[in-house]
Design a binder for this molecule. Structure first.
Ligand SMILES: [Zn+2]
Length: 243
């Protein structure tokens, strides 16, 4: 099957979970940067990025999975002196994307951090995984798009993640890629299928967001079994991330 799960947090999962995914055909995944408590120091994130690029792919490989890494400052994980983290990312290598980044409450600091990371990604010509929150998803998506447009961020480098039945159209109309996350509290397999039916598969990319909290590690496989759509469950991801 060789499916791709484009948004997991491998650190929150055991090697058994990763093996279970690989044994079920999810042979590639992207692990996204997130720190479950607000980091006090920029160095906390720097070491996290080293772990995500140096250690996690090795752990996944033993489980039969090819793991790629995304590094970046999640809006709930902004430390003091966050600029130092950006300098680190600019100098660092070994990652496939910047993520997950985005807005949670859309305060001034969050906006500043998002804009700085997008500018860096544009300069580096690297794809971004851009989170949208559970609460106020639509107004915060609009603020996110405002920032993307203000810096003329290339549409082809932006995967706007965790779209809902209500926000997917806005994302696709602006010609960004849309991440459909199948997870309790986000989309069900049925809702994901209805989105594919209504909007086509050209710019949709599936993921599970399996990490620190309750999720279905086989979400992408379950979607594939229902629709047999290889674009949404593999090919679009391979194209977007060049993997
Ligand atoms: Zn996530």
């Amino acid at each position: 099957m060789n499916l791709v799960d484009t948004h997991i947090h491998s650190e929150g999962r055991s090697v058994e979970d990763l093996r279970f995914m690989a044994d079920n055909g999810i042979s590639k995944a992207i692990t996204c940067a997130f720190y479950p408590i607000k980091p006090r120091f920029p160095e906390t994130l720097m070491d996290l990025f080293r772990k995500l690029t140096e250690y996690e792919p090795e752990r996944a490989e033993k489980a039969g999975m090819k793991l790629y890494s995304a590094v970046g400052i999640h809006p709930r994980c902004i430390p003091e002196n966050w600029m130092k983290v950006l300098d680190f990312i600019a100098e660092y290598s070994g990652y496939t994307a910047i993520g997950e980044i985005g807005l949670e409450n859309a305060g001034d600091e969050e906006k500043e951090v998002l804009m700085a990371q997008l500018k860096l990604a544009k300069k580096l010509d690297i794809p971004c995984i851009i989170h949208t929150p559970k609460k106020n998803k639509k107004p915060i998506l609009e603020k996110t798009i405002e920032i993307l447009e203000r810096i003329s961020f290339p549409e082809d480098l932006a995967l706007i993640d965790h779209v809902s039945v209500d926000t997917v159209e806005i994302v696709l109309n602006k010609e960004y890629w849309a991440g459909i996350t199948i997870q309790p509290g986000k989309l069900s397999v049925e809702e994901a299928l209805s989105i594919i039916d209504e909007y086509g598969d050209e710019r949709l990319i599936a993921n599970s967001d399996a990490g620190f909290s309750e999720s279905d590690t086989l979400a992408v496989k379950k979607l594939y079994e229902e629709c047999k759509n290889e674009d949404v469950t593999r090919k679009n991801a391979e194209k977007f991330f060049s993997i």
